[in-house]
Design a protein around this ligand. Structure first.
Ligand code: PLP
Length: 384
């Protein structure tokens, strides 16, 4: 066999694993230090009981002769598809049931999006951005180009003449927390349309969007013909372990929707009935189901505010559970410096070369850890 050469492009070990292993080693060596875990990109608070109950009821249905179900429909059960349609309608975005494809989370469907493209296609990625995109692109035989997200553009790059077949936009962004407005997304949609490219819009953090930020790319005029949107219940509703998401492929994308449907039929056997019933319960009551996300969000706002008050340069903390801290030293050194003070972070360079000089601080940990971490960060970096 000839192995997929794309794997050779994955030169670095997967960032999050490496950072957490280094933190584990520190913990083993220094059991006296209580760690502040600001490196976590995972939900930490329990799912609400009404979501669990929906799952329990669904599980028992399967014990009945007339309730048993085998393979789920590859694109999702109609009840969940309809809950997704309503979830969008509540914020004034009209989508149709045949545009909704239920998934086991955003990551699988972002990888699936590359299957729409010919091998060797050019995929544009922000730098810094969620590092899995580049890994997936390499494995799927894509070429990549990057556009800089930096202080100058508020970590929200605009299209500026690059040629590509697809662009992945992540908004609100992991790691910077920056989020596009509908007007800014309209520029991307117009540009993609002009050059005949598609936009893969990663909306994994949509429910965190605040202060005029768009929750869906379909809030932007012209986006429906060029953009597919990837949604997830992971961060918004604590489904990181349960695994459920959805992808919207609008009718206006024409052949793409048929390719997506065909791919799903070929490569995917659906999400479990129990999980889909739990997802339905969450989407039908997003306020209650999203209460934990509001805790993470308030944590992030608190941390950003606190660090700003020390005179530090920070972004995010508003539309995402992340704060993006400028350290004025390379990310690896900054990671080590704070780890030695018991604060686990994620080095910005792991999200792309332009992330060097920054750390991503996540706000999924308890408030007391954030308070302790803020004091350590102040001692390490604040101007005196
Ligand atoms: N997209 C972004 C930007 C993420 O940060 C993550 C997880 O951290 C994912 C996608 C993966 O989400 P899911 O759990 O839905 O696969």
């Amino acid at each position: 066999m000839r192995a997929n050469g794309g794997f050779k492009k994955l030169t670095e070990r997967y960032l999050f694993k490496e950072a957490s292993e280094r933190a584990e080693r520190f913990k083993a060596a220094r059991p006296d230090v209580k760690l502040c875990r600001l490196g976590i990109g995972d939900a930490t608070l329990p799912v609400p009981s009404f979501v669990a109950e929906a799952g329990a009821v669904a599980a028992y249905e399967l014990t009945k002769k007339n309730g048993f179900r085998g393979y789920p429909p590859a694109n999702g059960y109609p009840f969940l598809i309809s809950a997704v349609v309503d979830y969008y309608a509540e914020r004034g975005v009209e989508i149709f049931p045949d545009e909704v494809f239920i998934s086991d989370g955003a990551k699988s469907d972002i990888a699936a999006a590359f299957d729409l493209l010919e091998r060797g296609s050019v995929v544009a990625l922000a730098d810094p951005t969620y590092p899995a995109y580049a890994d997936m692109a390499a494995i799927k035989g894509m070429r990549t180009t990057t556009f800089r997200a930096d202080e100058e553009n508020g970590f929200l790059p605009k299209p500026s003449g690059e040629a590509f077949d697809a662009v992945i936009l992540c908004s609100p962004s992991n790691p910077t927390g920056a989020a596009y407005t509908a007007a800014q997304l309209e520029e991307w949609a117009a540009y993609a349309s002009r050059i005949g490219a598609i936009i893969v819009f990663d909306a994994a953090y949509e429910s965190f969007a605040r202060a005029g930020a768009a929750r869906s790319i379909y809030e932007a005029r012209g986006a429906k013909s060029v953009a597919i949107e990837i949604g997830s219940l992971s961060k918004s509703f604590g489904f990181t372990g349960l695994r459920c998401g959805y992808t919207i492929v609008p009718r206006e994308t024409g052949a793409l929707r048929f390719l997506w449907d065909r791919r799903k039929a070929a490569c995917f056997n659906g999400v479990s009935y129990v999980t889909q019933r739990m997802a339905e319960a969450a989407l039908k009551n997003p306020e209650a189901a999203g209460a934990n996300a509001r805790v993470y969000q308030a944590n992030a706002a608190f941390l950003a505010e606190e660090l700003r008050s020390y005179g530090l340069r920070v972004w995010g903390g508003e539309s995402a559970p992340y704060v993006w801290l400028k350290t004025n030293e390379d990310s690896a050194a900054a990671f080590e410096r704070l780890l030695n003070r018991g604060v686990v972070t994620t080095p910005g360079s792991g999200f792309g070369a332009s992330g060097d000089g920054f750390l991503r601080l996540s706000a999924f940990c308890p408030r007391e850890e954030l308070i302790a971490a803020a004091a350590e960060i102040r001692a390490a970096y604040a101007p005196t």
